[in-house]
Design a protein around this ligand. Structure first.
Ligand SMILES: Nc1ncnc2c1ncn2[C@@H]1O[C@H](COP(=O)(O)OP(=O)(O)OP(=O)(O)O)[C@@H](O)[C@H]1O
Length: 357
């Protein structure tokens, strides 16, 4: 059992107030998502102790790092945390190895102790290089390794991919996904990118004007009809599935989730491999009876759990498939013609899925 993170802060700048009361999982990736200026970095800085909120309570891994009522404020250098910024900020005059060893020698560690981290981030072959001979993505992977080197109890990442171009982002994301699967410390990850949310988040916090508008498991939060995310053109839910079989003759892979099986374009993955799939609301249609002749392979039974008011002729319908929430964007006319109501048992047809990892 991991202890949840408790973070309560009231921080006042001249023209901005951060006021949050969060309880976050003590493992996995919690993404802080929100518009520019919503307070994501300020929250991360309060957690790191780089900013001292006038009123605050922070508990990480069962330890109290701040309790303004009791006058407790552990300074940043005594907090067991790793911090990764947008820019890698490596020491330019030191090799990758010496950058990693900086701070480690003091506690008698060598790069041998880091072999797992080096493997995870694919940087073992770069140890002798100077930072100016690294690509942006490599530099950032070294910065992440440096943040992990001291074995922190939490990893804070502030838009670690924002300074990279599209190609470099695609290059580094699989490393972050691997980290996510193998790290057993909690990660707080700030981003504006929906792609990073879909690929990395287990828990999603939506920040708005210094407050947490929503905080919950990824798919539950993505599918909340009272939030704008579910209404956007690229609204989607993300399901955790597992490879259960392949149909080589049709170039298909079957993945199972609690609620059924999905067919996906062929994946070269062993049975049992976890796979995240992203299902766009625009790719989901609803039928009252099981379709008998349809080209769509993924037909699942579902229960309607919510219908948002029609906006410009379109309804957002939230469904439950097994234990997974699902969104469908359908025309208001279809909602009326089919007589869709909360609680109805229906079938969903899922036209396409994006495989995230
Ligand atoms: N040291 C400071 N003094 C005064 N105001 C500040 C300070 N730091 C941040 N702010 C203000 O606090 C608000 C929140 O800033 P913050 O950097 O936390 O937002 P953010 O959500 O991380 O934004 P972005 O996504 O653009 O990085 C902004 O209005 C910013 O101008």
């Amino acid at each position: 059992m991991t202890t949840p993170i408790i973070a309560r802060f009231l921080l006042n700048y001249a023209a901005f107030e951060l006021s949050v009361d969060l309880c976050l999982p003590g493992s996995g990736v919690s993404v802080l998502f929100g518009h520019s200026g919503s307070g994501k970095t300020s929250l991360l800085r309060c957690i790191a102790g780089l900013q001292q909120a006038g009123q605050g309570f922070l508990q990480i891994n069962g330890k109290i790092w701040q309790d303004s009522e009791s006058g407790i404020f552990i300074p940043t250098h005594k907090r067991s945390l790793g911090y990764v910024f947008q820019e890698a900020n490596l020491f330019p005059h030191l090799t990758v190895k010496d950058n990693l060893l900086f701070g480690l020698k003091r506690i008698g560690k060598s790069t041998n102790d880091l072999s797992h981290i080096l493997d995870l981030l694919g940087i073992a072959h770069l140890l002798g290089r100077m930072p100016d001979r690294l690509s942006g993505g490599e530099r950032q992977r070294v910065a992440i390794a440096r943040a992990l080197a001291l074995n922190p109890e939490i990893l804070l990442m502030d838009e670690p991919l924002a300074a990279l171009d599209f190609k470099r982002k695609q290059e580094i994301l699989p490393f972050l996904v691997r980290l996510h699967q193998e790290l057993n410390i909690p990660v707080l990850y700030v981003t504006h990118s929906q792609q990073e949310v879909a690929q990395l988040a287990d828990h999603l916090v939506i920040m708005n004007e210094g407050k947490s508008l929503a905080s919950g498991p990824l798919s539950d939060t993505l599918s909340r009809l009272d939030l704008t995310l579910a209404h956007e053109g690229d609204a989607a839910t993300v399901w955790q599935t597992q490879v259960v079989g392949h149909e080589a003759e049709y170039h298909l892979t079957k993945v199972a989730f609690t609620g059924g099986v999905l067919s996906l374009p062929s994946l070269l993955l062993a049975i049992g491999t976890p796979v995240r799939v992203q299902i766009y609301a625009r790719d989901v249609s609803i039928t009252l009876q099981a379709p008998i002749a349809t080209s769509i392979l993924n037909v699942l039974s579902a229960t309607i759990t919510g219908i948002a008011d029609a906006d410009s002729g379109q309804n957002v319908v939230r469904l439950q498939v097994g234990t997974h929430p699902l969104l469908a964007h359908i025309t208001h006319k279809s909602t009326v013609l089919l007589g869709l109501k909360i609680g109805m048992l229906v079938y969903v047809q899922i036209k396409a899925t994006s495989i995230l990892n």
